[in-house]
Design a protein around this ligand. Structure first.
Ligand code: PNS
Length: 167
C-alpha cells in the first residue's frame, strides 16, 4: 500500500500573548496540514523581556486550541529549523498582516532557507479583521484599560487586565 507521509507544519512565534489573529492562522494551518506544532520561543532574541512566561504563553494557546485535534504546543529554545526538524515538519507557517511585516518575514524566510533548504516557509494573509492586530498593540491597549475582549481569548484578556490594567 502506498502510504502518504504525514504533513507537519510548525507555527512559531513569541505569542506574548496569543491573539485571535494568531489563532486564525493556526486554525487555517490545521485545516491544511495533518499536524500543526505551535512553537513558542522561550526568550525572543530581538525583543525585550516577555510579559508572560513561556508556560503561561503555552497554557493560553493550549486552552484556545483544545478543540483542534491536530494542534499541539511546545516551547523551543533552538533555531527554528531545528525545532521543525525535531518535529518532523516540512513547513513553517506564519501570518502576514501588512507590507510592514514583509521585510522582516522575507529576511526570516531567507535565513531559514539558508539554514535548511528542505523546510519551506509558507505565509498566510491575515484576514482583514485581524490585519491591524498585534500582541504589542493589545498590551498597550490593556495598559490603558482599553477593551481587548474582541481581540484575544477571554483568559488572555483577564490576565492582561490583571497584569497591566490601572486602577
Ligand atoms: O512572534 P515573533 O516574535 O515574530 O516570532 C519570532 C520567531 C520566534 C519566529 C523568531 O524569532 C525565530 O524563529 N526564533 C528562533 C531563532 C531562529 O531560528 N531565527 C531565525 C533564523 S536566524
Amino acid at each position: 500500500m502506498n502510504q502518504k507521509a504525514e504533513r507537519v507544519a510548525v507555527c512559531p512565534g513569541s505569542y506574548d500573548p496569543v491573539t485571535n489573529g494568531h489563532l486564525d492562522i493556526i486554525t487555517r494551518a490545521s485545516h491544511i496540514f495533518d499536524r500543526v506544532v505551535v512553537g513558542v520561543v522561550n526568550q525572543p532574541i530581538r525583543k525585550k523581556k516577555t510579559l508572560f512566561t513561556a508556560d503561561e504563553r503555552i497554557s493560553f494557546i493550549e486552552e484556545a486550541t483544545a478543540h483542534l485535534g491536530n494542534v499541539e504546543v511546545q516551547a523551543f529554545y533552538t533555531l527554528l529549523v531545528e525545532f521543525a526538524r525535531d518535529n518532523g515538519a516540512q513547513a513553517i507557517v506564519k501570518g502576514l498582516r501588512a507590507i510592514s511585516d514583509f521585510e522582516y518575514e522575507n529576511e526570516m524566510a531567507q535565513l531559514n532557507s539558508k539554514l535548511d533548504s528542505e523546510i519551506e516557509s509558507f505565509y498566510v494573509f491575515a484576514r482583514p479583521e485581524y490585519s491591524f492586530l498585534s500582541s504589542t498593540g493589545v498590551k498597550e491597549m490593556a495598559t490603558f484599560n482599553g477593551d481587548v475582549g474582541d481581540l484575544v481569548p477571554a483568559p488572555v484578556a483577564a490576565a492582561l487586565a490583571d497584569r497591566l490594567g490601572r486602577d
